[in-house]
Design a protein around this ligand. Structure first.
Ligand SMILES: *[C@@H]1O[C@H](CO)[C@@H](O)[C@H](O)[C@H]1NC(C)=O
Ligand SMILES: *[C@@H]1O[C@H](CO)[C@@H](O)[C@H](O)[C@H]1NC(C)=O
Ligand SMILES: *[C@@H]1O[C@H](CO)[C@@H](O)[C@H](O)[C@H]1NC(C)=O
Ligand SMILES: *[C@@H]1O[C@H](CO)[C@@H](O)[C@H](O)[C@H]1NC(C)=O
Ligand SMILES: *[C@@H]1O[C@H](CO)[C@@H](O)[C@H](O)[C@H]1NC(C)=O
Ligand SMILES: *[C@@H]1O[C@H](CO)[C@@H](O)[C@H](O)[C@H]1NC(C)=O
Ligand SMILES: *[C@@H]1O[C@H](CO)[C@@H](O)[C@H](O)[C@H]1NC(C)=O
Ligand SMILES: *[C@@H]1O[C@H](CO)[C@@H](O)[C@H](O)[C@H]1NC(C)=O
Ligand SMILES: *[C@@H]1O[C@H](CO)[C@@H](O)[C@H](O)[C@H]1NC(C)=O
Ligand SMILES: *[C@@H]1O[C@H](CO)[C@@H](O)[C@H](O)[C@H]1NC(C)=O
Ligand SMILES: *[C@@H]1O[C@H](CO)[C@@H](O)[C@H](O)[C@H]1NC(C)=O
Ligand SMILES: *[C@@H]1O[C@H](CO)[C@@H](O)[C@H](O)[C@H]1NC(C)=O
Length: 601
């Protein structure tokens, strides 16, 4: 075991990211394959919109590398924190079955101190699909640090479509010409973040489709394709709070998957992608390549010229293309005054219940519509309010404040008083308050969560540890009668959902995964200002079978900090900007790897 680990870690460092499949793991056991990944998370200078700032890179890459694995593989990621502030990486949409220890949020993990490394180890059990990871603390995602997680079908499980010719990942997201610490300061000072400076695609600025709106010298993303072939585009909105309308000029987007569920396959000319959401489209290169084509992600449901530059533009380049893309961008939906288009589009996304593929919720996936609801939470968000002189965002008038000790660790060591299990089930009457308040989820219960958006901006909500069934959304106030409109048959199972302003969205979730699970606004400002809580799911039976034990390398902090063994900070952790020294370390690692190789060959 130790040898395999050491050699694997060295090799992973040598290649920056290396996939070790069955061959190595097979030496130890016949269990599911292991992937070993070594990451150095450090600042890097970049100027995606022409203004230089420090972004968060992984192994010198922004966006970070794609974790490309298959159902049931074990993923071991050794994360070195070379930033100048604490770090946690969360794996959005990866369900961490029985294992909230690896979830990488403040309720489950102590932050990785500056200069330290910490190794995540988890299994992508019973999952397929497109997800992404990102740094979860404060506003770090606004500085980058994100990348893709692709979970492939096992070979014996057929895809519900022909194998695409290629796999293309696109990260789209709003962007400011300010670094994440300056943005955090604005929120701390009670300001709003305002209108973003643009939209990045794969960490790059827009193609110069308009000389007034886009300055010269901006690096843009270009996707090379072959005529006649079909590609799978995995598109993730990794931005802060802007919903983006995604479209490819003259090409249909055949929607096939979202956040781990194969959907009914339908063509769209454009699709609204809300913050934190992931979609797979099949795109066939069926045009005549008279020129390159625009790939566009533009701010949605906004008007006024200050938003004109909040557009990401990349290029789709056929190998036989006869020239550059020119002329106007393909039009967005013309519906600023029509609230129904986007919602109807969202309702049209449905689950293909006959498609095979790993299914995370064995209980829930079987006719969720006929399971009785055991707990109902109606969670209302409001525009930010002043509490004790601070601008805060609330759910049911609670603005969550993360305690210094992770909730899960406090429970493990029987420390009372760290948090309360008293999150209100309905909007309250009474003044808003700051609290560490969580939800008591009934193990094996079936929870209905209704998000009611009383703000004027659309919001995205995300639940860790689960996929939930999206059963309904509508304008107005939710009431018991709203249940009559629910989709009880093929609502899609996913982990991030939008809630339109003045509207509600209802989801159902089968609480079969023991652990402490973050329920949050995926909009980074609302989240930072307190729109989150945790659903704590405890198996009342005393057994070790439904949750993994606390990992040996767990970090301790807060009232448990005395349990922590100190780590000597890594040199490169202290010298954050230095990619050169990381390269030096990799050479050393490569040498180690070469000397270790013969053992295995
Ligand atoms: C962000 O910029 C400010 C100056 O505007 C600087 O003080 C701060 O260190 C920067 N933060 C990062 C992460 O680069
Ligand atoms: C991801 O892994 C799959 C299966 O192992 C492989 O077929 C595919 O080429 C890989 N994709 C990338 C982009 O590396
Ligand atoms: C830090 O990395 C080293 C190897 O690079 C590893 O042996 C050690 O377990 C890691 N520490 C933690 C806490 O994961
Ligand atoms: C649903 O999945 C089945 C099985 O893979 C597939 O044959 C069918 O085309 C899919 N239906 C739609 C509408 O996507
Ligand atoms: C470029 O954008 C500006 C501002 O929106 C607009 O007035 C102008 O017509 C555009 N130019 C072209 C060539 O489309
Ligand atoms: C989607 O559009 C493509 C053309 O781009 C067409 O070939 C295909 O049949 C359409 N599929 C569906 C399910 O409508
Ligand atoms: C290619 O398609 C465009 C748009 O459909 C059309 O205007 C153009 O005439 C076509 N060019 C050729 C060479 O077929
Ligand atoms: C669009 O602008 C009008 C007039 O400035 C304003 O009343 C309306 O609220 C705006 N709509 C959106 C969606 O921002
Ligand atoms: C759900 O509840 C109804 C009435 O309360 C009951 O008749 C039914 O058996 C329950 N269904 C299940 C699956 O437990
Ligand atoms: C949480 O709910 C369970 C039932 O699911 C109950 O037994 C337990 O007492 C509750 N805990 C608290 C602190 O309310
Ligand atoms: C917010 O709630 C109040 C009181 O119920 C209601 O009058 C108002 O229309 C709501 N606003 C939105 C945007 O939902
Ligand atoms: C669970 O595991 C712990 C440590 O391995 C052990 O002390 C305890 O007795 C086990 N509990 C049960 C119910 O098996």
């Amino acid at each position: 075991m130790a040898l395999r680990r050491a050699a694997a870690a060295a090799a992973a460092a040598a290649a920056a990211i290396m996939v070790w499949a069955a061959a190595l793991a097979g030496l130890c056991s016949a269990a599911d394959p292991y992937v070993f990944i070594d990451w150095n998370v450090a600042y890097m200078n970049a100027a995606p919109l022409g203004v230089e700032l420090r972004v968060i890179a992984i192994n010198g890459k922004f966006p970070g590398p794609i974790v490309n694995v298959t159902t049931n593989w074990n993923v071991v990621v050794n994360v070195l924190n070379s930033l100048d502030e604490p770090l946690l990486i969360t794996w959005d949409g990866v369900q961490q079955r029985k294992n909230s220890w690896q979830d990488g949020v403040l309720g489950t993990n102590c932050p990785i101190p500056v200069g330290w490394n910490w190794t995540y180890e988890f299994q992508v059990k019973d999952q397929i699909g497109s997800f992404f990871y990102f740094p979860s603390l404060s506003l770090q995602r606004a500085g980058g640090g994100y990348g893709g997680i692709t979970i492939n079908n096992r070979e014996i499980i057929p895809l519900p479509f022909d194998t695409p010719h290629g796999d293309i990942t696109l990260f789209i997201g709003d962007w400011f010409n300010k670094n994440h610490t300056d943005l955090k300061k604005e929120l701390d000072d009670g300001k709003t973040l305002g209108v973003p400076d643009g939209v990045l695609m794969n960490g790059k600025g827009p193609y110069r489709y308009n000389n007034t709106l886009v300055p010269a010298g901006i690096d843009y993303e270009s996707i090379n394709v072959q005529p006649g072939k079909t590609y799978r585009f995995r598109v993730h909105n990794v931005g802060m709070f802007t919903c983006l309308n995604f479209r490819i000029q003259s090409h249909n987007l055949l929607l096939v998957e979202t956040e781990g569920s194969y959907t009914m396959q339908q063509n769209y000319t454009n699709l609204d992608i809300f913050v934190g959401q992931s979609y797979s489209f099949l795109v066939t290169m069926d045009q005549n390549a008279s020129s390159d084509y625009y790939i566009v992600a533009s701010a949605r449901s906004v008007n006024g010229s200050t938003w004109d530059r909040v557009i990401g533009v990349a290029i789709l380049h056929y190998s036989n293309s006869k020239g550059k893309a020119a002329g106007p961008l393909p039009d967005p939906p013309n519906d600023v005054y029509d609230k129904t288009y986007s919602m109807n589009q969202a309702r049209s996304i449905r689950w293909n219940v006959t498609a095979s593929g790993a299914r995370p919720n064995p209980q829930g996936s079987f006719r969720y519509g006929s399971i009785n609801v055991t707990q109902l939470y109606v969670l209302q968000n409001k525009p930010p309010v002043l509490i004790d002189g601070k601008h805060r965002a609330t759910l049911n008038d609670i603005s969550y404040s993360p305690p210094d000790t992770p909730l899960r660790l406090a429970d493990q060591f029987d420390k009372k008083g760290v948090y309360e299990l008293d999150f209100p089930t309905r909007p309250q009457k009474g003044p808003p308050r700051i609290a560490s308040s969580a939800i008591n989820g009934t193990y094996r219960g079936f929870m209905e969560i209704v998000f009611q958006n009383n703000d004027t901006r659309v919001q995205s909500y995300h639940l860790d540890g689960y996929a939930f069934f999206v059963v309904g959304m509508d304008y107005g106030e939710w009431s018991d009668n709203s249940r009559g409109t629910y989709n009880k048959w093929d609502g899609v199972a996913r982990s991030t959902i939008q809630v339109y302003p003045g509207a509600w969205t209802a989801v159902l979730v089968s609480l079969d995964n023991v652990g402490t699970w973050n329920l949050r606004s995926e909009d980074i400002d609302s989240w930072y200002l307190g729109q989150e809580t945790y659903i704590i799911v405890v198996n009342p039976e005393s057994t070790n079978k439904t949750e993994l034990p606390v990992p040996d390398n767990a970090l301790y902090c807060g009232i448990l900090k005395d349990k922590q063994k100190q780590q000597t900070p890594h040199a490169q952790g202290l010298n954050s900007a230095s990619i050169a020294s990381a390269a030096g370390r990799m050479v050393l690692a490569a040498m180690l790897f070469l000397s270790a190789m013969p053992v295995f060959l």
